[in-house]
Write a protein that binds this ligand. Structure first.
Ligand code: NAP
Ligand code: MG
Length: 494
């Protein structure tokens, strides 16, 4: 359902091409596929399916731009200015980008405008600052004689960036921005389901005057275009966000030329609500933390642990919110929750809900698809869940919360229950007792812990996972240094 008052972005007026070496190309063999609007199942446009041939062109272009082209030799302040200019372009075209994101993912337009596009622009600005601040150091060596010793931070080279469909533009930018700030050149592969904003970003990158080959965008299937990037000997580093399963495949393939690999993978994050917490805020945040973006968030708080004395009030509060949230196409002005990304994802989410039922969980809210066009699933709360159930162990990546109670548990026992997962991406703790909060923070095996808050994303804060939630960190100094190599230089002054 496209609101007739909304003009369709020009990008959708013809089949989509790929950005390779500053030129827009269709795939050489003519392969393409439909891009679907998950709010109604209709075709928005066709995208090109690139493969090994296109990836090779893109890697060669990125290599030229890196070795000979202006990018890695450009003054850091110029790279910084380009990133700032791109942030301005993004904001000036923010309404159109948000519309594209909403058409392609179904998420509420307001959310896309404020969060997805806003975050992407902020990310560019944050990383623009690092371009001029990446330094080596002098070192006091104890070698015999007289030495001048120092380190150099150099860009790692050509990087392959592979991103998922849940937050398409912001994910792409969260990798492109630090990579460019560090002086790398890029081959980006968006998710096959969500190429729109990445390609519009490509147009804006050109409008900003970034030299050809610095950013190349190859659309296509994971096992073809994605795999070709991972296999290519001309790629120095892969930064991947997606499922743990594909992350493991990528690690294997990257062994060929020992590419550096950064992985941001899945999660099954615990939320602890203690009896003394500000319950209204905790309820609100717990609901937003699992239903926001239709639960398609790697750091979603999908396992609730609530103290028995406040369990009724907390679970009832979340159930009320689940029932009240307006599930509707992202272009409906009152939409709060959009569809899941595809029919396949809807089946997957429903499969989990049904497995929960079969294993004895009780559905306190939701639990059904929304009939009619589009891929909508009701916000769902499962009670009487047990750690052995599939819904508690596996990442659902949908609007499904599982709940468990605690009572006489020691801090150690509670942490053990929270840590009883292969993942370790994030956690939140709700209590007014800061001593307790700090003690639990230290016991949780998770990369991102929030106290009396849900997501709280900030580009200054490193983001990433323990255990099978990933390798490495994005954001902060660590996030940009991840796109560099460190060189030690020692000069004998004798
Ligand atoms: P996915 O299947 O792992 O795909 C992610 C990306 O990898 C897509 O671009 C995909 O292409 C590509 N890909 C698939 N197979 C590949 C291969 N063999 N070689 C190279 N690339 C390949 O994940 P998804 O289904 O799109 O996204 C959902 C998952 O991502 C969830 O598990 C979620 O937890 C995780 N996620 C994690 C974070 C984080 O920051 N930690 C953020 C968001 C999502 P296709 O689109 O063509 O399949
Ligand atoms: Mg996939």
């Amino acid at each position: 359902m496209i609101n007739p008052a909304v003009a369709l972005p020009a990008l959708l007026s013809q089949p989509l091409k790929m950005l390779i070496d500053g030129k827009w190309l269709a795939s050489q063999n003519g392969a393409c596929m439909d891009v679907i609007n998950p709010s109604n199942g209709q075709v928005l446009v066709q995208e090109s399916l690139g493969g090994a041939y296109e990836v090779d062109l893109a890697v060669q272009a990125a290599r030229r731009a890196f070795e000979f082209g202006p990018w890695s030799r450009m003054r850091p302040s110029e790279r910084s200015r380009m990133l700032l200019k791109l942030a301005d372009e993004l904001e000036q075209n923010g309404d159109e980008l948000a519309l594209l994101e909403t058409l392609n993912t179904g998420k509420p337009l307001k959310l896309a405008r404020a969060f997805d596009i806003g975050m992407a622009a902020e990310c560019l600005r944050y990383n623009a600052g690092w371009a001029t601040k990446l330094n080596g150091e002098t070192r006091n060596v104890s070698l015999p004689g007289d030495w001048h010793a120092y380190t150099l931070r150099e860009p790692v080279g050509v990087v392959g960036l592979i991103v998922p469909w849940n937050v398409p533009l912001a994910m792409a930018v969260s990798k492109i921005a630090p990579a460019l700030a560090a002086g790398c050149t890029v081959v980006l592969k968006p998710a096959e389901l969500t190429p729109l904003t990445a390609l519009r970003l490509g147009e804006l990158i050109q409008a900003c005057g970034l030299p050809p080959g610095v950013v190349n965008i190859v659309t296509g299937l994971g096992h073809e275009a994605g795999q070709a990037i991972v296999d290519h000997p001309g790629v120095d580093k892969i930064s991947f966000t997606g499922s743990t399963l594909v992350g493991k495949l990528i690690l294997g393939s990257a062994a060929g030329n020992l590419k550096r690999v950064a992985l941001e993978l899945g999660g099954k994050s615990p939320v602890f609500i203690f009896a003394d917490a500000d319950l209204d805020r905790a309820i609100d945040a717990a609901a937003r933390g699992i239903f926001g973006n239709t639960g398609q968030v790697c750091a979603a708080g999908s396992r609730l642990f609530v103290h028995r004395t406040v369990a009724d009030r907390v679970i009832d509060g979340i159930v009320q919110r689940a029932r009240q949230l307006r599930v509707a196409p992202g272009l409906s002005p009152d939409s709060e929750i959009g569809p899941v990304i595809s029919a396949r994802q809807r089946e997957r989410v429903m499969g989990y809900i049904n497995s929960g039922r079969a294993e004895g969980a009780e559905v306190a809210a939701g639990g059904q698809v929304v009939e009619g066009e589009g891929f909508f699933v009701q916000p769902t709360v499962l009670v009487n869940t047990h750690p052995r159930m599939k819904v508690v162990r596996e990442e659902i990546f949908g609007p499904v919360l599982s709940t468990q109670l605690f009572d006489g548990d020691s801090l150690e026992e509670l942490a053990t229950r929270g840590n009883a997962t292969d993942y370790g991406l994030s956690a939140s703790i709700w209590t007014r007792d800061l001593r307790l909060a700090h003690q639990l923070v230290r016991r949780l095996r998770a990369g991102n812990v929030r106290v009396n808050a849900a997501m709280a994303l900030d580009f200054a804060m490193p983001f990433g996972g323990y255990k099978q939630s990933g390798w490495g960190r994005e954001n902060g100094r660590e996030g940009v240094e991840a796109y560099t190599e460190l060189k030690s230089v020692a000069i004998d002054l004798n």
